[in-house]
Design a protein around this ligand. Structure first.
Ligand code: GUN
Ligand code: ZN
Length: 433
């Protein structure tokens, strides 16, 4: 049966970084018609009601219906160590992250954390995520199996690393390639799942490993490739020591065929002019992880400057380096960091980075990320007065973006009234733990 959801609706006609905030529309009395798991039509509520008298109607009143959030860079295995105190990147990895990731050789642990992660992501309105796993095949299988069970569109990859990490977390170039290849065969393109080839970052891969993963990507050019780039200045210096012949950090990836339009580069804070130019020329995706960048003390991503340059950018939580599962909180942090750099990002632009812009970075813009006919019906419905503080500010607003901005800056999972995945409501947006 067709489902007709009514409420305020937010959709994009174009990229608001290119066309300006007018490229996004909030219809204060809109509707979304869903048929067969897809969005069949959007438009004014009254017109859709008249045109589809037999559709089952869910009226969300003045709640906001949007495409579900897309989190373009997360580490689901780090769910249990989110908010770990007092370290910067390399110490944080060694103290908290690597010991936890070692536990994912146990399929039961991987399955338990995957369930917990998806509960939390959905409770925060995130319907698609692109995740790092660990070096264990079981960690990727647990993620994909759980995503498939829930009908989610999701991306993940086996994290490959063969040096500068504890022995229990080091593979070999041959094992990493063979296991990644087998996972691509088993999961890439199955149901709503797709695979991202995943070298963790330059310091934890030997040249041989980077080379073999570059070759693997050349064999599977429709896969994404995800990694980290220039997150902290100490890390950039370390990469210079490890790869003295490389022109810069990005050049390490470039030399091994690990750059391209389907490449996703997490953080990308401390970039040289050459790196910026090269990223733009290749159409690579930059993934801004603002709560992580403040939490681990990494630096201030140049969102406005990079957007002006025509870079492709998405937002991400980077859980558990990031300090939140919420894309609302992530938008707020992106706004604050841009302010520290002298730029005010419009709410329409923040929303783009957390939905349709992120979907395009994942090369899923023809499937998800917007309220538009033909796209898959992954939706979040948000209460724009979810706390007394937000409600009183929204009541004072003189236009819909001003009202929404209060939820962007102060909202969290309490704002999530409903989540729809593949055209069906998710039973409960609350975690089942
Ligand atoms: N660089 C390499 N691995 C990681 C990770 O797990 N988290 C973050 N934030 N940066 C990394
Ligand atoms: Zn990361």
């Amino acid at each position: 049966m067709a489902e007709l959801l009514l409420g305020q609706t937010l959709g994009f006609d174009a990229d608001p970084f290119i066309e300006g905030p007018g490229a996004a529309r909030i219809d204060t009395r809109g509707g979304v018609l869903i048929e067969g798991g897809r969005i069949a039509e959007t438009g004014p509520a009254a017109r859709l009601r008249n045109a589809h008298p037999r559709a089952r109607v869910t009226d969300y009143g003045d709640a906001l219906i949007s495409a579900g959030f897309v989190d373009a860079h997360v580490h689901y295995p780090q769910t249990a160590i989110i908010a770990s105190w007092g370290k910067r990147l390399v110490d944080w990895l060694e103290t908290y992250t690597f010991p936890e990731e070692m536990r994912f050789d146990d399929p039961d642990h991987a399955a338990e954390i995957a369930v917990r992660y998806f509960d939390l992501a959905l409770a925060h309105g995130t319907t698609t995520m692109c995740s790092f796993a660990t070096i264990h095949t079981a960690s990727v299988e647990a993620f994909f199996a759980e995503a498939e069970y829930r009908g989610l569109r999701a991306v993940a990859g086996r994290t490959c690393m063969d040096r500068n990490a504890p022995a229990a977390l080091c593979d070999t170039p041959a094992a990493a390639e063979a296991e990644s290849r087998a996972l691509i065969r088993d999961w890439h393109g199955r149901e709503r799942l797709s695979y991202a080839i995943t070298p963790r970052f330059a310091p934890t891969s030997s040249p041989e490993q980077l080379e073999s993963l570059g070759a693997l990507w050349a064999d599977h050019p429709d896969c994404l490739m995800q990694t980290h780039l220039s997150e902290q200045t100490d890390e950039v210096a370390w990469v210079r020591d490890l790869f003295p012949d490389a022109r810069d950090y990005l050049d390490v990836y470039e030399r091994f065929g690990l750059i391209g339009a389907r490449g996703l580069y997490g953080h990308a804070i401390h970039l040289t002019a050459r790196e910026r130019d090269r990223l733009r020329e290749t159409g690579a995706g930059l993934v801004h992880c603002p709560t992580s960048n403040t939490f681990i003390g990494s630096g201030l991503f140049d969102l406005a400057g990079l957007a002006r340059q025509g870079q492709r950018i998405a937002l991400a939580t980077d859980t558990g380096g990031g300090s939140s599962f919420s894309m609302l909180r992530t938008m707020a942090a992106a706004y604050e960091i841009a302010q520290l750099r002298g730029a005010a990002i419009h709410p329409a632009q923040l929303w783009w980075l957390a939905t349709y812009g992120a979907a395009q970075l994942l090369h899923l813009g023809d499937r998800i990320g917007n309220l538009a006919a033909g796209l898959e019906a992954d939706l979040v419905v948000l209460d724009l007065a979810s706390t007394p503080a937000i409600a009183q500010r929204a009541a004072r607003a003189t236009d819909p973006w001003e009202a929404l901005f209060a939820t962007i800056m102060m909202g969290d999972d309490r704002a999530v009234r409903a989540v729809w995945v593949n055209g069906a409501p998710v039973d409960s947006a609350a975690p089942t733990m």
